[in-house]
Design a protein around this ligand. Structure first.
Ligand code: SAH
Length: 458
């Protein structure tokens, strides 16, 4: 690419038209082909901006005035949500959010010269209040304990009462817990001095079971009047069936520490997903949007075309949620996952649901297990992959395709690595046979989840 000399100077004011929306939800304008990224702007809008930063290949600017607004703009969105990063797409109408996610995949495919179609994004109504888990920081603001959020990429703490995308009941429980902590004068954590007590409150709620778990995360081993606090929480919120105390004394962004103590009720809550029952602890990985997860899994399983006779591999299986869903429709399911506790949970969950007889779960790297299974002569009909954001490795794609499954179903949470991996699958003799289906797991945010089906070329 030719070297561009920035055609704009820092602090310069100019009028621009927004032509695109980046995957970080920034409006994009071009000045002589030089991209300017501008927060809180949408395609089609005309704005007066002031340049705030320039680099060799792109710059940033901020809006001084809107000259023409987009019909897709949500007027008066709660600005706080956007600042906090809770809802970076909160200023875009939901229909347009769904189109944005579809287009994001389409654009990446086009760039990679892959001629594939992408279905409309499968959305949800209402696109709010969907998260079944919240972990909110606690800080002292003007002498008062507050719950809230950090502005994106900063240490600026904003007190908040309505978190918009969390289950409404979770917000209510959070406020009750906040007030109880205020009553007991429990000191909030201070990050700068690494003192104080309460760092985070974590709340999980079963979508179907309605059971609630509260975890108080403290810096100190000691939480004064812990029993009284737990009792008050249960008195005020009878649906709280589990109150836990987690200790995290490290200077870290990781929310939970190693040690968890039971303060009241039970250690776990249960919930169901497509009628299967799962036990969820403070640390368990569990999909956060239950409504959309059921749709995502059903679409993936439908595309796998199971009839009851198939051998299936579920790489990246977590606590076995997809594996067990598939085990109901397959002869045998093998799952692999790198986190040992998740596999322990997966095995428990298999027993709970009377599916231990046709499932096998292994701890380890998907890549090495794929090779091991291949060496053992296991011949999967379907391989399901649901990797983290970094996608698949070349050697995983190699061993997966060498086992010659009829179908590979790829659930992706990152379109960039999906498109990269699809190119390699193509080289290994697998082609995409149905339109890629985006499923909106995270409304109001820029996350894009999708299902792709690959089949062996005849
Ligand atoms: N399918 C599950 C989890 C998907 S998230 C669900 O829907 O709930 C991706 C999972 O891959 C995480 O649980 C993560 O721990 C796991 N993982 C990450 N790298 C891995 C690797 N190299 N091998 C196996 N599992 C891995």
């Amino acid at each position: 690419m030719a070297k561009i000399n920035a055609p704009v100077r820092n602090k310069e004011e100019l009028e621009v038209e927004i032509i695109d929306l980046s995957y970080q939800a920034m409006g994009v304008a071009k000045v002589d082909n030089y991209p300017l990224f501008i927060a809180d702007t949408l395609p089609g809008e005309k704005v007066m901006v002031k340049v705030t930063k320039t680099t060799k290949n792109f710059g940033y600017a901020r809006v001084l005035a809107y000259l023409k607004k987009s019909p897709d703009r949500v007027e008066n969105p709660k600005q706080k949500y956007m600042q906090t990063g809770i809802a970076p797409l909160g200023h875009l109408k939901y229909e347009a959010q769904l189109q944005f996610k579809q287009k994001l995949i389409q654009d990446l495919l086009k760039k990679a010269h892959l001629d594939l179609s992408v279905d409309q994004t499968l959305g949800m109504e209402p696109p709010y209040g969907y998260r079944n888990k919240a972990q909110v920081p606690v800080r002292q603001v003007r002498g008062q304990l507050e719950i809230g959020f950090f502005k994106q990429n900063s240490h600026d703490f904003l007190p908040l009462e309505n978190f918009m995308i969390q289950d409404k009941r979770i917000d209510e429980v959070l406020l009750a817990v906040r007030d109880i902590l205020r009553f007991y004068r429990t000191p909030a954590y201070n990050e700068e001095h690494h003192n104080g007590v309460i760092r985070h409150i974590l709340v999980r709620r079963g979508y179907y079971s309605k059971e609630v778990m509260v975890v108080l995360v403290t810096r100190t081993k000691d939480l004064r009047q812990a029993k009284e606090i737990a009792q008050k929480i249960q008195e005020q919120c009878p649906d709280v069936v589990s109150v836990l105390h987690n200790i995290n004394d490290k200077k870290t962004n990781v929310i939970l520490g190693q040690e968890t103590r039971l303060l009241a009720g039970k250690e776990t809550i249960t919930d169901t997903l497509n009628g299967l029952s799962f036990e969820i602890g403070a640390q368990s990985f569990y999909q956060v949007n239950p409504v959309q997860t059921e749709k995502l899994y059903n679409e993936a399983i439908k595309r796998a075309g199971l009839t009851g006779n198939e051998t299936v591999i579920d790489a990246y299986c977590g606590i076995g949620t997809i594996s067990l869903n598939m085990a109901k429709h397959a002869k045998k399911v093998y799952g692999v996952e790198i986190v040992p506790q998740a596999i322990k949970d997966a095995k428990e969950n298999a027993k709970r649901n009377y599916l231990a007889h046709n499932t096998e779960f292994e701890v380890g790297d998907a890549e090495s297990w794929m090779a091991k299974w291949q060496a053992q002569g296991i011949k999967p009909d379907v391989i399901m992959v649901d990797p983290p954001r970094k996608g698949l490795t070349e050697s995983l794609i190699e061993s997966a395709t060498q086992m010659a499954p009829r179908k590979i179903v790829y659930i992706s949470c990152n379109p960039a690595t999906l498109v990269r991996d699809l190119q390699q699958f193509k080289d290994c003799g697998y082609e995409v046979t149905q339109p890629i289906l985006p499923v909106d797991q995270f409304p109001q945010t820029t996350h894009v989840e999708s299902v792709t089906v690959l089949e062996r070329k005849k």
